[in-house]
Every structure is written in structure tokens, then in C-alpha cells.
Design a protein around this ligand. Structure first.
Ligand code: DQA
Length: 140
């Protein structure tokens, strides 16, 4: 059974409440439950933290045993060399996801420190981006 871990970073605990015009009105846990049900043969787990170090700890914890990590690091995408190094350190492939199309937004969102260490980047497809990332990890 494949083991895929979804990690969400800062402020993504407020999906469904936060800036609905950008991020939509669905909360992540409801979406995650639907995703989990549609992948009955995949061990899908979810972790969210607003803290950079906790995200790094989680990447270390699962990054040598999971088959893949889906990571939306939120604003840390644009700032965190430490998360970039954590991705490089582990063996599991990481797919970077953004709900919004970061390229249609402020220029400071156009750069990712993480992307070069990731298998790929999916952005602009709303919450469906997480499903697309899972598909890409299952396809290997
Ligand atoms: C985001 C885009 C980031 O620029 C932003 O800081 C977020 C969410 C997205 O999913 O679209 O918090 O990662």
C-alpha cells in the first residue's frame, strides 16, 4: 500500500474562512476526508503546522519511509531555505502545491525556494491540486 503524506504550512488551517475569493470556501479537513475515501488503497495522512520547525520535523519523520509528500508550505515557500534543505535531505519525492495561481499574484509569490528540490509544482487548480499531486506521486 502506498503511503503519501500531505503537509500544509502556515495559515492553511484557516481554509474555508481565510480570503475565500482566493482560497475558496471549503475547509481542508472535509476535502481531505473526501480525498482519503477516493483513494481507499492508499495510506493518506495529513499534517498541518504554522511553525517552520514543525514542518521540517515532519519532513524528517516521514521523508525516509513515505512514498511521497505533498507539500503546501504557504508563505514559507517564498522564504525558507531551511525547508528547501529538508526536502533535499530526505529520499521521498515531494510535490509542491499551491491552491492559488501564485504567478497571477504579487511578485514576491513568484519565487519558490523549494521548487528546485521538488519533483514538480502544481498551482492554480484550487484544492484539486492536492489530488493531482497524489496522482503524480502514484504514477512515480
Ligand atoms: C499558497 C500561496 C502562498 O503564496 C501563500 O502565502 C499561502 C497559500 C497557496 O496555496 O496558494 O499561504 O501556498
Amino acid at each position: 500500500m502506498s503511503n503519501i503524506v500531505i503537509i500544509n504550512g502556515p495559515n492553511l488551517n484557516l481554509l474555508g474562512i481565510r480570503e475565500k475569493g482566493i482560497y475558496g470556501d471549503r475547509d481542508f479537513l472535509t476535502y481531505f476526508e473526501t480525498l482519503r475515501q477516493s483513494y481507499g488503497d492508499v495510506m493518506l495522512t495529513y499534517f498541518q503546522s504554522n511553525h517552520e520547525g514543525a514542518i521540517i520535523d515532519k519532513i524528517h519523520e516521514v521523508g525516509f519511509s513515505a512514498d511521497g509528500i505533498v507539500l503546501n508550505a504557504g508563505a514559507y515557500t517564498h522564504t525558507s531555505l531551511a525547508i528547501a534543505d529538508a526536502i533535499a535531505a530526505v529520499t521521498a519525492p515531494v510535490v509542491e502545491v499551491h491552491i492559488s495561481n501564485v504567478y497571477s499574484r504579487e511578485s514576491f509569490r513568484h519565487h519558490s525556494y523549494l521548487a528546485k528540490n521538488c519533483k514538480g509544482v502544481i498551482c492554480g487548480f484550487g484544492l484539486d491540486g492536492y489530488r493531482l499531486a497524489v496522482e503524480s506521486l502514484l504514477a512515480k
